[in-house]
Write a protein that binds this ligand. Structure first.
Ligand SMILES: [Zn+2]
Length: 394
């Protein structure tokens, strides 16, 4: 059994977490940097790409959750979009009832040509997670009411899709205290409404596999979990990651006319063989890779093969608004053949202590991933692209 201090020294991330509460002031001096941050001895080409080679649609952004309707941020971000070649952003923050109209007013007042919005459903309403019986989603009128609102927004062309957050499956509970199942048949009218109106459903299900394992010294994401204990879903009080994925997959199978976009590569970028199996089984399943450069970039051969095979069903997302430095890492990752570089502008790198390798995708795949696939499945995107680049989608 190693001593407390020994086990701290085994992983740099854990050392950092330990020292925060260390009574030894001088320990600060001894903290080694995480290995991804150290200057590598290997000398490699560093390709600076400050604009994507083809027009980009970013299908995963949060201009309310992260941007808080800050008009200055929006103006600045649109300048970054212009500089980087991002033509259209999809904001996923149009909560109904309530926030959708305000969100559209905010984005469309000046930039109607640059943004479309996905709705998301307010499962909580005036209720409280501590008392599940009070949650809006447990009211018998919830599904009908949400479908009516979604239909009205679709009729007015004010919504381009529907977003589900990870709380769906992990935190929302039935009145009896049991977790709400993703594949509960009571949601079927919602999936059907989306199919009728050709609204894709983007779903964040579960989380990285490391977050479902104990945050011990063998967990490669222990540093993050120490800093954010609320990200951990390890323990008997949570459903398994596998059961969440299986429930989502049953929904996808049961509603073949609904287009599903699994956010963050289905939270399964760690296992592209498994994700490939899902892609092969469900032709109505698409994926977007926001915040997963960390995973894809450490398995570049597997990732290249995946992008080659599923090039018609992969969309680009960033989970932004993020600083321009982060956007440029996406272009570098997709377009160059750079090796062993940082996947984030943040220090230490926020999603695992390692570096990544770029994919060097050919132009025909880049065009699909950057914009053509999004234009094909997300209402409102093609017309915005065409207005700015008349022959882009010919
Ligand atoms: Zn997100």
């Amino acid at each position: 059994m190693p001593s407390n201090r020994d086990s701290c020294m085994r992983a740099t991330w854990v050392v950092l977490a330990c020292v925060v509460s260390s009574p030894w002031g001088e320990a600060q001096e001894m903290i080694p940097k995480p290995s991804a941050e150290k200057t590598p001895s290997v000398r490699l080409p560093q390709t600076a790409i400050d604009k994507a080679s083809f027009p980009v649609v970013d299908v995963h952004t949060h201009f309310w959750i992260k941007g808080r309707h800050d008009a200055e941020l929006l103006d600045r971000y649109v300048q970054w979009m212009d500089r980087n070649g991002i033509e259209v952003c999809v904001s996923l923050d149009g909560q109904i009832p309530g926030k959708l109209d305000e969100h559209l007013d905010f984005l469309w007042a000046r930039y109607r040509d640059r943004f479309v919005v996905f709705a998301n459903l307010d499962f909580i309403g005036s209720g409280s997670l501590d008392r599940p019986g009070t949650l809006a989603c447990n009211d018998s009128r919830f599904v009908r009411d949400m479908c009516e609102r979604l239909q009205a927004a679709a009729d007015q062309r004010r919504v381009s899709g529907l977003k589900f957050f990870k709380d769906f499956g992990l935190r929302y509970r039935n009145a009896d205290g049991s977790l709400i199942a993703i594949d509960d048949p009571r949601w079927d009218p919602i999936w059907e409404c989306c199919a009728r109106n050709r609204l894709p459903v983007i779903m964040h299900t579960a989380d990285p596999s490391a977050f479902f394992r104990p945050a011990d010294q063998d967990n490669e994401r222990a540093g993050e979990l120490a800093a954010h204990p609320e990200w951990s879903f390890a323990g008997p009080e949570y459903p398994s990651r596998e059961s969440l994925h299986a429930a989502r997959n049953r929904v996808i199978a049961r509603h073949p006319k609904t287009t599903f976009i699994a956010a963050h590569f289905g939270n399964d970028a760690e296992d592209l063989q498994e994700l490939s199996g899902w892609m092969d089984t469900y032709p109505n399943l698409y994926v977007e890779f926001s915040s997963r450069l960390n995973e894809l970039g450490r398995q570049p051969y597997s990732s290249q093969a995946f992008f080659e095979r599923y090039q018609d069903r992969i969309l680009l997302g960033t989970d932004g608004p993020f600083p321009e430095e982060r956007l440029r890492i996406y272009w570098r990752f997709l377009e160059t053949r750079d090796e062993y570089f940082l996947y984030s502008e943040k220090s230490p790198p926020p999603q695992g202590d390692w570096r990544i390798y770029a994919l060097g995708l050919p132009p025909e795949i880049l065009k699909k991933v950057y914009h053509a696939n999004a234009a094909a499945v997300i209402p409102g995107v093609a017309e915005r692209l065409a207005a700015r680049h008349p022959h882009l989608l010919d």
